[in-house]
Design a protein around this ligand. Structure first.
Ligand code: PMV
Length: 352
């Protein structure tokens, strides 16, 4: 499929309407870091969609008014966010030709703490794209569920790259790779369920909130710094290559190799930040303390507790949900929670 396939229908009848949608966040296992124009990823990525961390959004569209956007986050007006959404809507007009023909009031709430540093852009843009597709269905006639989800993923990508993976449950791939049929740089696709071992279909993700609040360097700036990073090409190549073992691992349930690959991806992401010019470090002391304790715990117990990181200091603690995770949970509570800012942990699962 190409961008042309997403051009919107010129026949539409608009009317005033409010729609509400919900979309979860996701956590990447093979990371997207670095992009080309129009939000085309420099390498393919794969993520787990979370079950509990979500954004709930309502979009009130008043037809035939001058185009404007007002946004409220947990009841508080957010002018900066409204400006961002306004720009985004102008940018996607060719895909939704009715989009600038009215005014919007958008109310959004996250089910996870606002200041947690958990990326709300993925769930946020996912929910907005779903709202837009709900309006589109009522203005232009309904598309199939599959088409509508694919276009929502396409539109979410144009808001925030990784958001395009949040439209689907389970494991989701974004970026063209020969290892996954139908994969595309333009939208996310669900990783085939039949190719996933049972052990990966019920997993915990406990997010330790090491540092709450604003990050020192945004994702947008971070992606941009890959343009001049001397290791970037090698990194993109490695991410592409990592799909080969990942596919085998997901099929045969090899937990040891999975842990090694996922942790390597997380550390590589942060290594890229350290090798950028200017260099930056998003990990905090607590991040490193937790990583070392997780490694010690694994060495001592042989249990499958491991970590991944997104573009921030928080640690996503991953462990299978197989009925024998009590010891892991106790260890997290007694040894790792102390490295968070305010005993903050968000307990999520990936079950599909
Ligand atoms: O979607 P963005 O631009 O916020 O980038 C997200 C990048 C990472 O979270 C670090 C990795 C990923 O693949 O989600």
């Amino acid at each position: 499929m190409t961008t042309q396939d997403f051009i919107g229908k010129e026949n539409f009848t608009i009317h005033t309407q409010t729609v509400s949608e919900s979309c979860p966040s996701n956590i990447a296992l093979i990371k997207y870091w670095g992009k080309y124009a129009d939000q085309i990823p420099a390498n393919p990525s794969i993520s787990y969609t979370l079950n509990h961390c979500k954004t709930n959004t309502s979009m009130e569209f008043t037809a035939n008014e001058t185009f404007s956007v007002q946004t409220f986050l947990a009841g508080n007006e957010e002018v900066k966010f409204a400006e961002k959404i306004e720009k985004y809507f102008r940018n996607i007009e060719q895909y939704l030709p009715w989009i600038l023909k009215g005014k919007y009031i958008i109310r959004t709430e996250n089910t996870f703490p606002h200041s947690s540093g958990i990326a709300s852009s993925a769930s946020g843009f996912g929910a907005i794209a779903k709202c837009l597709m709900a309006l589109d269905a009522s203005f232009t006639g309904k598309n199939s569920e599959e088409e509508s989800l694919r276009k929502a993923s396409f539109l979410a990508r144009l808001g925030s790259g990784s958001a395009c993976r949040s439209l689907y449950n389970g494991l989701v791939v974004w970026g063209k790779t020969h290892e996954v049929e139908e994969s595309s740089d333009l939208f996310g696709v669900q990783y085939p369920d039949a190719e996933v071992h049972e052990v990966f279909k019920n997993f915990n993700d406990w997010v330790l909130l090491i540092h709450e609040g604003q990050k020192s360097v945004s994702s947008t700036v971070g992606h941009g710094l890959m343009n001049t990073n001397p290791y970037a090409e090698r990194r993109f190549q490695e991410a592409r290559e990592n799909f080969v073992p990942m596919k085998e691992i997901l099929k045969n349930g090899d937990m040891e190799r999975f842990i090694k690959l996922v942790e390597h991806e997380a550390l590589t992401l942060h290594a890229m930040m350290m090798m950028s010019d200017p260099a930056f470090i998003l990990m905090k002391t607590g991040t490193l303390e937790v990583i070392n304790k997780v490694w010690d715990f694994r060495r001592e117990t042989g249990m499958s507790l491991f970590f991944t990181l997104d573009a921030g200091a928080n640690v996503h603690l991953l462990f299978p949900s197989n009925g024998s995770e009590e010891q892991i949970k106790n260890f997290i509570e007694s040894e790792l929670l102390q490295h968070t800012q305010k005993n903050g942990v968000v307990k999520d699962v990936m079950k599909f």
